[in-house]
Design a binder for this molecule. Structure first.
Ligand code: GLY
Ligand code: MN
Ligand code: MN
Length: 439
């Protein structure tokens, strides 16, 4: 971990500990290593909360924060150095590394948790822990609490309050620091290149997985370990399946293909969708619907401003989409009446965006005190309206089987916003130019 990041994770722990105050303890376990089949494991990805507070990527670790503890506020439990295991599976920081390279005040072996955790907990009245997220670890936490209770006759005390850690931690994660934005910009730039690559590469007759392979090529060669989520490559009517990840079908001339894919760079996500013709040009109907979605997206992005409500971009998108559907004859009535009835919903059934950060659907509340949250500088959200005319929709046949989504990642600035994924072409002329180029 570089010095800047080391300092920043220390500041994050400080900010959380300031919220917690003295007499409190937070416990955050690392992600579990999951078996894929027999003795093969899924590629390990650290838990986002754990990584946010530690920058430590190893499994079998537990982070404890105890503000004001004289022997040290930050205690990290981790695996020991082990020559044999390191020959087979790779390097470990060990106890010395946890202190020297990761800034822990104290480090203990993870095998000593059952012995040491109750002792640390006994010094605290309030326990901050995200109960319900990791059932196996929950049982251990309850076990440590019971250990302390059983020792009460000899004067031991157990925490008397349990607080949901995520409520405090996730509000911190919602506001991205310069170091986080550096990584988000990298993830965005790599994802832009990947989308450009498939836009050039696609030909009628190819299979959806061939496009997925091109995305992966760009992600991995740029230093990402994985996509931020399973890539969606849906040709024709499969573009109407919101989370289509099968990616097994052949792409046909005359169809659109919807590609929703983003890279994860050092635990930070990008999330981009582009929709383009499998052949060289959009058909008339595709063009008409694409223009509506693009207009809705641009309007929604224009609404990403500090002091606006979270829902403003969605309301703007819904208005443009309803107006557009009215103009092409897919809806009939008055604009106000159709908005009132939410008549767009059979064709646009999801919301216009979500928070983005370490997790693609990132943490943070969308409402505070029953009202939509106000956008503030440092927040990052996606803007992703779409139109999906199912193959069996009760509309004129020429519209059926068209699925379109356009998605960008937007950072709220003090004076406006920045579209992190601006580089990925989305104007029809630019897309068609790229499609000609590759042919
Ligand atoms: N790729 C998932 C989403 O756009 O929300
Ligand atoms: Mn998204
Ligand atoms: Mn997406």
């Amino acid at each position: 971990m570089d010095a800047q990041m080391l300092q920043e994770v220390a500041e994050r722990r400080k900010a959380l500990m300031n919220m917690m105050g003295h007499g409190a303890m937070a416990i955050v376990p690392a992600a579990e290593q999951l078996l894929r089949n027999r003795d093969t494991e899924f590629r390990y990805r650290q838990d986002s909360d754990f990584f946010y507070l530690s920058g430590f990527a190893e499994p079998e670790s537990v982070l404890c924060l105890i503000p004001g503890r004289p022997e040290g506020e930050y205690v990290l439990f981790c695996r020991p150095r082990d020559r044999e295991m390191e020959i087979w599976n790779g390097y470990r920081a060990g106890l010395a590394g946890a202190v020297e390279c990761y800034g822990a005040d104290q480090a203990f072996l993870v095998t000593e948790l059952d012995e040491r955790l109750p002792e640390l907990m006994a010094q605290c009245d309030r326990l901050y822990y995200a109960l319900g997220q990791r059932p196996l670890f929950d049982r251990r936490v309850i076990g440590w609490l019971n250990t302390l209770r059983s020792r009460s006759r000899s004067g031991a005390r157990a925490p008397v309050e349990l607080l949901m850690l995520e409520h405090y931690l996730h509000d911190l994660r919602l506001f991205k620091s310069p170091e986080e934005l550096k990584r988000m910009r990298r993830a965005a730039a790599i994802s832009v290149k990947a989308h450009e690559r498939v836009m050039r590469y696609c030909r009628p007759g190819m299979y959806e997985y061939e496009l997925e392979a091109e995305l992966m090529h760009e992600f991995l060669r740029s230093g990402c370990q994985a996509p931020a989520y399973n890539s969606i490559v849906g040709g024709g009517e499969r573009g109407c399946i919101l989370h289509y990840v099968e990616n097994r079908h052949q792409l046909q001339e005359g169809e659109l293909v919807l590609v929703d894919a983003g890279a994860e760079f050092e635990c930070y996500a990008a999330d981009i969708t582009r929709t383009f013709p499998v052949g060289r040009r959009f058909t008339g109907e595709q063009r008409a619907l694409y223009e509506i979605v693009l207009q809705a997206q641009l309007e929604a992005i224009a609404g990403v401003l500090p002091d606006r409500h979270w829902n403003d971009p969605h309301d703007r998108a819904v208005k443009v989409i309803t107006q557009g559907l009215l103009e092409v004859g897919l809806l009939s009535g008055t604009l106000d009446g159709l908005l009132e009835q939410q008549a767009y919903k059979p064709f646009f059934m999801h919301r216009t965006g979500h928070w983005l950060g370490m997790d693609v659907h990132d943490v943070g509340d969308y409402r505070v005190d029953q009202v939509w949250r106000v956008l503030e500088p440092g927040m990052v959200l996606t803007v992703e309206p779409g139109l999906y005319i199912a193959a069996d929709a009760p509309v004129d046949a020429r519209w059926r089987g068209i699925g379109i989504r356009i998605e960008d990642d937007v950072l709220v600035l003090r004076s406006g916003h920045e579209v992190l994924t601006q580089g990925a072409p989305k104007q029809i002329a630019d897309i068609e130019a790229l499609r000609q180029e590759g042919a």
